[in-house]
Design a protein around this ligand. Structure first.
Ligand code: BGC
Length: 393
């Protein structure tokens, strides 16, 4: 949105016309102020998919943050924030062109993953006595992030809203084997240093749903090396450990006295190579923490601090869990916009979510959505800078 600057004028007698002018001036000034405090939004083309669908990219700007979000996969493409010296860098991994995203079938960089973010064991679940079968796109054994063609690789419809963009996707009954026509709205809005993501879903048949955002953060700037020195705090006393296929066993043990205890801020790399079967199986952290605090209510999920740049990221959410993933399979073959190699542990993901494989675990918070119901979920990424922080030893 463009706001004209208002030329200075000599004092005029208080006629009706001059009072109207003053009123208009006051309104324009207050709009300028609110644009500065919140976000300005602009839209541009980001290319075309091979099947001819136009992809748009929206730029959300506040004085503190600039975030770019595109309609392909409703993905966050970049988030620019300043470090403690004021130097701005992009703190999420990504590609500079649409083609990079089309060629990259593995990472889900910045995407909204769905219908079911994370895994469903053997791609099977039952609703009202009817068994559904999804594609087994995870090593031929399980379903990962919604199947072969998940929400990450579909073109959403974008619409500018105040301070942001609303992305809408309608997934047909039977899409990737899921029952029901699912309508999903994801609203990204930027206010000051906070990027808010609000999810809303409805269905016309009972189904399961678990959307999340799959951004890969590196607070030192994407491509600046690993995140092993970044200091993580996760507000979760319990975990859902998994089998070798990363499917939860259903148990919910405490993290106390394990390398999974991030209740006190701890460098990500401090225990990542510990002799622990869960870490060995996943090749690092790739687990769901059960967040302290009630499901459905806004609470702290995690706080990350990068001692080098001073950047911090605070994640708050209404979701009951968060998948902390340390980019374990990145191996330098995928490169960033400037050709930087994305090496192992080049980023961390904090995917706020319902627990993996919930449809097959009645003791987990339900992911079932029925006709007439609306599922709401909110996650906020807040960026700031900090000079120094105590680290647990
Ligand atoms: C999963 C990882 C997976 C990655 C794919 C994460 O959400 O937990 O196991 O490899 O997504 O990018």
């Amino acid at each position: 949105m463009h706001v004209e600057s208002i030329p200075h004028q000599a004092a005029a007698p208080r006629t009706y016309a001059s009072m109207t002018k003053n009123l208009v001036r006051a309104i324009l000034l207050s709009m300028t102020t609110s644009l500065a405090a919140h976000g300005a939004v602009s839209k541009a083309s980001f290319g075309t998919t091979p099947d001819g669908k136009a992809v748009d990219i929206y730029t959300l700007k506040s004085p503190a943050v600039e975030a770019r979000i595109m309609t392909y996969g409703a993905r966050i493409v970049s988030i620019n924030t300043p470090d403690k010296t004021g130097k701005v860098a992009n703190v999420v991994l990504g590609h500079d062109k649409l083609q990079g995203y089309l060629d990259d079938k593995k990472t889900y960089f910045g995407a909204i993953v769905g219908r079911y973010g994370n895994r469903i064991a053997h791609g099977r679940f039952t609703i009202d006595g009817h068994q559904y079968q999804l594609p087994l796109n995870d090593h031929g054994i399980n379903t990962l992030h919604g199947g072969t063609v998940g929400f990450d690789s579909l073109v959403w419809t974008g619409k500018e809203i105040p301070n942001g963009v609303e992305m809408t996707l309608v997934s047909n009954d039977g899409d990737q084997g899921f029952p029901g026509t699912l309508t999903a709205h994801v609203r990204y809005t930027l206010a000051g240093d906070a990027l808010k993501i609000e999810y809303t879903e409805t269905t016309d048949k009972p189904t399961v749903v678990n959307l999340t955002n799959h951004s890969y953060f590196n607070l030192g700037g994407e491509g600046s090396g690993t995140v092993l020195d970044e200091v993580m705090m996760i507000n979760g006393d319990r975990l859902t450990p998994t089998d070798a296929g990363l499917i939860p066993s259903g148990q919910t043990p405490t993290v106390a006295n394990t390398p999974f205890d991030f209740t006190k801020p701890t460098p990500i790399g401090e225990r990542i190579n510990a002799d622990d079967p869960q870490l060995k199986m996943a090749g690092g952290y790739d687990h769901n923490w059960i967040l302290n605090g009630p499901n459905g209510t806004m609470k702290l999920a995690a706080k990350v601090y990068d001692p080098k740049s001073g950047r911090t990221l605070t994640v708050t959410t209404t979701e009951p869990g968060v998948q902390f993933y340390t980019g374990n399979f990145l191996d330098g073959t995928i490169t960033g916009p400037g050709g930087q190699k994305y090496v192992k542990n080049a980023a961390f993901c904090l995917e706020t979510q319902h627990f993996p494989d919930s449809p097959n675990h009645p003791n987990f918070p339900t992911t079932l959505l029925k006709p007439g119901e609306t599922r709401h979920s909110t996650t906020i990424f807040t960026f700031s800078v900090q000079k120094a922080q105590k680290v647990s030893k």
